[in-house]
Structures are given as C-alpha cells and as structure tokens.
Design a protein around this ligand. Structure first.
Ligand SMILES: [Zn+2]
Length: 404
C-alpha cells in the first residue's frame, strides 16, 4: 500500500530522515505510474497512487522543476464545460508496448503507446498450428518491421514490454504449451522462443484470456469485475475475469468450454476426450454440416457473410450452435454468477448465434443469475487478442505496482 507523507516541506528535512525516504518512495511511485500511463491529471494521479492530493501536488511541482515530467493540455473539453484539465506525462519518450497475437490462421502485431493506441500494425495469414518455429520467426520479423515503422529503437527508446497470445493453453508458471489442443506446439515455450529472437522478455497468455483482459481494459466489459469472454470461431474457448482478476486455473486450462462433453458418444476430439462442444458446434463443424447444401466452397467467414445476407439455412444452424454454447455457459454462470458474457471472434457477427446464447442462458440459468447477467458482442472485434497482448505487456513490465 502506498504511504502518505505528512505534507511537510521536504526541502527543510535532513536527507537521512524516515520522512525523506518516504518522500523518495512516493516520488518514484508517481514517476513509475506516469511512465506506464497515458497522460493523467493530478486528480487521477492521486486516486491511482492512493497518495493525498497535497502530496501529489508537491511531488509534481518538484518533478516539473527538475524537468523529469511535463505538463500538457487535453484537447477534449470536460463534460459540463470549464477549462480542460492539464495532464502530466514523463519527459522524452513515454515508452512503447508490443503486442503479438498468434491465431490458428494469422499473426498480428501492434506497436503501441501506453494507452494501447497503435503506432504501427502488421498482419499476415499463415497456418500457425503446423509450424510453430516458422510462426515465431515470422512474428519476430513483424515486430522488427513494426518498431522500425514507428521509429522506435529498442536500444534507445523505452520498450516497456512485449505480450503474446497463442491459441491454446499455456502453463502460467513455466510458459510452456501444456495441452494437445495445440498439438505441434506441445512442450514449446513460445515466450522464450520469441524473447530469444527479440532480445527482450516476452509474456505469453492464452488468446481467450487476452480477449477477456482486453474487453475489461478497453472494450465491452470496461469497469466490470466478473466477465466471461467467449472466443468463438473455428473453435470455442473462454477467458474468465473473476473479482477483477484473470482466472487461469492451476495449469492454465480454465475456461476451455469448447471441450466440455456435449454428446455422450460423439467423435474423438483433438483434446483427447470425445463428444466435445467444439466438435459438435465449432465453426469448422458448422461449415462441414452446411457444405453439402452449397455449390461454392464455404469457410467460417463466408458462412457469416451468408448469415448477414439473411440465409435461412445458415442462420438456422448458427441459432442451434448459439443455443448449444449457451447451454454450456448456463452451467458456468450458475457456478460463477458473472455480470457479463462478451461474445468475441468471428461468431460475434452472427445475431442468431448471440441470441441463441441468450435464449439458453435465460432457460437454463437460475432466474436470479440470469437477471444479473447480460450477453453482448465484443467491442474490440478482431483486435481483442492483440490489445490483450498489449495489456499484459504493460502489466508485466518490471516493477509494476498493479496485478493482473
Ligand atoms: Zn475436446
């Protein structure tokens, strides 16, 4: 917990007193926060450090005097009129973050400022499942390209952190891929691999977990503490934020709703179980079911385009899929009592799918739990993974005060 000083003039105090050590600690806390944030007002600074306004005001005056921080003015006027508040930020480069989102069929990279505003972005299509080493090589090349485009030299500028998402569970302690869900990546430590290529530490997280963190930080779940983020496309997974913190489980597999048993005698799944929800209702399976009725070759993306054009067969099957996913989520909601389900990835485009989830929640969740719960599509869309990678890049940077 931050400590408050008593407001006495630090210049009048001998340098070795406990008060001055407290002052040094408070000053470094203010500098640390300013170094990791978008520009903030004095009032925000007091709130976020827990220091008194008078302490913040006195430290800010001192730091402005030494030139370690500068004062800027926001362009947007406050609601209700009045003068725009002046904002504080560190002098020089405020620091840069890098987010890397590896999906089953893409690698996306963003170089961004501390508020996750992109300075440079890159994306390529490739089959990440089959070739982990090539995927990480390509990701490293994209990061270098993005840094060059943004004019960031990691040897001179402050590169605060690199976050990476992968489409499968990662052991939160070892950083190793632990599940046959991403078979060719098993026993690999993707963060270490990318770190070796970039020369800086890389923090890794499952992509559904990143979606949850991103929506809580910048998207549909802002200021919500209990959230289930459903990542639904070819496969189905979920990220859980409970009581304001990401919940990974003991080995990082929490939230794998796609691998809940749905059919007793269903087909064998890549996870090693049989009859999994994803095997019966993941986007890849829906495409297989629809294909015989169409002359053109379908994909998950094409299926969703047809849905938006009002194709009755596609919408029927997406409604069924939404209800099935909602059935599994209903049990999870009865256990966890969340405030919000955010439906992310490509399936967010299907109204039938989202409404199907809602219907099952209303039908199978206890009424009081259902009444406290909303189901909404993702706000960040395809960027949820890379924005989540930026969130962990910031939070995992050395000496960070917060928790994730
Ligand atoms: Zn499975």
């Amino acid at each position: 917990m931050p400590q408050h000083d008593d407001g006495r003039d630090p210049a009048a105090e001998p340098s070795a007193t406990p008060e001055s050590r407290l002052r040094v600690a408070n000053r470094s806390q203010v500098l640390d926060l300013l170094g990791r944030s978008a520009p903030v007002s004095r009032a925000d600074l007091a709130q976020r450090t827990g220091l008194s306004r008078s302490t913040v005001s006195s430290i800010v005056q001192e730091l402005l005097g030494t030139g370690q921080i500068i004062e800027t003015t926001t362009e947007s006027l406050p609601r209700g009129g009045g003068r725009p508040p002046s904002l504080l930020t560190v002098s020089g480069s405020p620091g840069t973050l890098v987010g890397v989102d590896i999906g089953h069929r893409h690698v996306r990279v963003a170089v961004a400022d501390l508020a996750a505003n992109p300075l440079a972005e890159r994306e390529i299509r490739l089959d990440a499942d089959n070739s982990p080493v090539e995927t990480i090589d390509r990701a490293a090349a994209l990061v270098h390209e993005g840094l060059a485009e943004a004019g960031i030299d990691p040897r001179k500028d402050r590169l605060l952190g690199v976050g990476m998402g992968i489409p499968g569970p990662v052991d939160p302690h070892s950083g190793i891929v632990v599940s046959p869900i991403l078979a060719n990546w098993m026993d690999l430590a993707p963060g270490e691999e990318l770190a070796r290529r970039l020369g800086v530490p890389v923090h890794v997280e499952n992509d559904a977990n990143l979606g949850a963190l991103a929506e809580v930080a910048y998207g549909a779940a802002r200021d919500v503490d209990d959230v289930i983020y459903v990542k639904a496309s070819s496969g189905i997974g979920a990220g859980l934020v409970l009581a304001g913190k990401l919940y990974r489980g003991v080995t990082g597999i929490a939230g794998e709703i796609g691998h809940v048993r749905f059919e007793d005698n269903g087909p064998i799944c890549r996870c090693g179980n049989r009859g999994c929800l994803e095997k019966a209702f993941g986007g890849a399976r829906l495409v297989e079911l629809l294909q015989p009725a169409y002359d053109e070759t379908l994909s998950v993306e094409r299926m969703l385009e047809l849905a938006q054009q009002g194709d009755i067969r596609v919408n029927r099957i997406l409604d069924d899929a939404g209800r099935a996913v909602g059935r599994v989520l209903a049990d999870l909601c009865n256990h966890l009592n969340p405030a919000l389900i955010v439906v992310g990835d490509t399936m967010r485009h299907s109204e039938s799918f989202v409404l199907g989830i809602k219907d099952s929640i209303d039908r199978f969740t206890q009424p009081d739990t259902a009444a406290a719960l909303d189901v909404v599509p993702s706000e960040l869309g395809d960027n949820a993974g890379v924005v989540g990678a930026l969130v962990i890049a910031n939070a995992a940077a050395p000496a960070h005060q917060g928790t994730i």
